[in-house]
Design a protein around this ligand. Structure first.
Ligand SMILES: *C/C=C(C)/C=C/C=C(C)/C=C/C1=C(C)CCCC1(C)C
Length: 275
């Protein structure tokens, strides 16, 4: 099995990098010196690529049970990288000094509708590592996240009232928070090893604090008479940086520290034997 992964990895990394190359062509827009939101699009596009490379390469080094989690983390940043190239082009090409650019809502939500469920998978995988959770929990979280995103989209493209959509979206997020803090997603957590427990606790803090940046951006972006596209996109960009890259790093950190645990135990065993 590990042989299989080693061989796949040999092709996975170059293949994924080559697949990103066409998107560099989208870098042709003219970034203006005062376009700070444009700069954040630019920085995050490249940050996502770098994070993807990192997660894929690291996935081949960690213990087998963490491998899928890190591959999924790399897929999240890879999907985001591609969408960021498109979003950046929309923004930079329509940017008017003093007014901002157009909001790339469609690309944003296509990205989210893929990456948020993948992060839910991630959440589930962490718990599944120790068999601490039922499959039903996964489906509940998934459906709640779809309710949250579909509502947000309908609000942002004005299919329904912006604030009605917001409330429905908040209910979806609220359900997820309930499930991971008080409900069935955390029920058997105490049976999990410490490394898994702390990974899960940090991840749910990200869903509480990191995810909160999105509704904040929504509220500030849509509160005025006119949509404030700079505030909306600036805050969403920061949120994506935190929630995709930091989220992945959390998993990486949990995976590498469990590695250390294994090493320490192995060392203790050999010492005990030689005594
Ligand atoms: C990688 C992308 C991620 C983690 C996106 C997360 C998005 C949210 C947590 C969005 C939340 C929203 C609400 C809670 C209310 C309605 C408006 C949304 C969709 C922005």
């Amino acid at each position: 099995m590990s042989n299989f992964f080693n061989n796949i990895g040999r092709y996975l990394i170059p293949a994924s990098l080559i697949s990103l190359i066409p998107f560099v062509a989208f870098a042709s827009g003219n970034l203006q010196a005062n376009d700070f939101v444009g700069m954040s699009f630019w920085i995050i596009s490249i940050g996502m690529v770098a994070a993807t490379v990192f997660f894929f390469i690291e996935s081949m080094k960690v213990d087998a049970k963490w491998r899928t989690s890190l591959v999924v983390a790399g897929l999240v940043t890879m999907i985001a990288a591609v969408h960021y190239f498109y979003m950046r082009a929309v923004w930079v090409e329509t940017y008017v000094p003093g007014e901002g650019g157009l909001t790339p809502t469609v690309y944003r939500y296509i990205d989210w509708i893929l990456t948020v469920p993948l992060q839910i998978v991630e959440f589930y995988l962490i718990l599944a590592v120790v068999g601490a959770v039922a499959g039903r929990v996964f489906w509940n979280l998934l459906i709640a996240s779809l309710v949250m995103l579909i509502a947000g989209y309908c609000g942002e493209v004005e299919y329904v009232n912006v604030w009605l959509a917001f409330i429905v979206g908040m209910l979806g997020w609220g359900y997820i928070l309930w499930a991971i803090f008080a409900g069935d997603a955390q029920e058997n957590l105490s049976t999990a090893p410490e490394g898994v427990q702390s990974a899960f606790k940090t991840m749910r803090l990200i869903v509480l604090v990191g995810w909160a940046i999105y509704p904040l951006g929504y509220v500030l972006g849509y509160a005025g008479e006119q949509v404030d596209s700079s505030t909306l996109n600036g805050i969403y960009n920061i949120a994506d940086f935190v929630n995709k890259i930091a989220f992945g790093l959390m998993i990486w950190s949990a995976a590498t520290s469990s590695e250390i645990e294994v090493e320490v135990k192995a060392e203790a065993k050999t010492k005990a034997k030689t005594k």
